[in-house]
Design a protein. Structure first.
Length: 247
């Protein structure tokens, strides 16, 4: 209890340091991986290493400290406990004699051997709870909200119509523009993709390649024109079966 009282402020400090520097390190890693081409070309790798190194060290230091704080006091307590038995042994030998002291000391030693591991384990778990408390506070409100939120219903498996998932994909005079842009991304596009064929869509940046695929997937609605799958118009009644089949 004395050891715990002495170090609990340090546990709080290192418990807060851990998640903070872990978050910063992971954000930096994600940023570096996202810009890996530019970093390689500009040879800026060392800049990111210099930024990452101190954060990683602080995080690792916090993890080392919790291991030390949770383990070292156990050895100290053992030394004190069995040192105390040795002292009592000397005192009893001087006053009552060795024959009377041995049974009582044996009982003390056996009791300590059984009790100390449990006490040490309890102390170790208490220090870890204290250490991880700041991490829990970060997600605590979300966890409570999840408990009280209504259970999310599992999606019902939709039986797909065979005709909505097979056949030639046909685009007829397909046109599309994004809201408030005033610019047609696709203008009167017509093409056929026969069933079983594999095609590639090529074009410069901003030519509308992704938009075209999103329209076929049903993520956008065309402003003009229509999409047919196996001769069936891809409208609201057919969309669920089409997307489920794709999924």
């Amino acid at each position: 209890m004395l050891v715990y009282k002495k170090i609990k402020a340090r546990l709080d400090f290192y418990g807060a340091v851990g998640p903070e520097y872990s978050r910063k390190s992971l954000n930096l890693i994600a940023e570096a991986l996202g810009a890996i081409k530019e970093i390689k070309i500009r040879r800026n790798g060392q800049i990111y290493l210099d930024l990452f190194d101190p954060m990683a060290k602080r995080y690792c230091d916090s993890q080392v400290k919790i291991q030390l704080f949770g383990t070292i006091p156990g050895g100290m307590v053992e030394v004190i406990a069995f040192g105390g038995i040795l002292f009592v042994t000397l005192v009893m030998m001087a006053s009552a004699g060795l024959e009377q002291a041995i049974p009582l000391l044996g009982m003390y030693a056996l009791s300590l051997r059984r009790i100390l591991p449990a006490v040490q384990n309890a102390y170790h778990q208490i220090t870890r709870i204290r250490f991880h408390q700041p991490s829990l506070q970060v997600v605590y409100e979300d966890m409570v909200a999840a408990i009280h939120s209504p259970e999310i219903e599992k999606p019902v498996k939709v039986k797909t119509e065979q005709n909505h998932c097979k056949g030639t994909i046909e685009l007829k005079n397909l046109s599309f523009s994004y809201p408030e842009t005033g610019k047609m991304v696709l203008d009167s596009i017509s093409l056929e993709i026969p069933e079983g064929n594999m095609i590639g869509i090529a074009g410069g940046s901003g030519a509308g390649k992704t938009t075209l695929v999103d329209l076929i997937l049903g993520l956008f609605e065309p402003e003009l024109g229509s999409i047919l799958i196996g001769g069936y118009v891809l409208d609201e009644t057919a969309m669920q079966g089409w997307q489920t089949g794709l999924g």
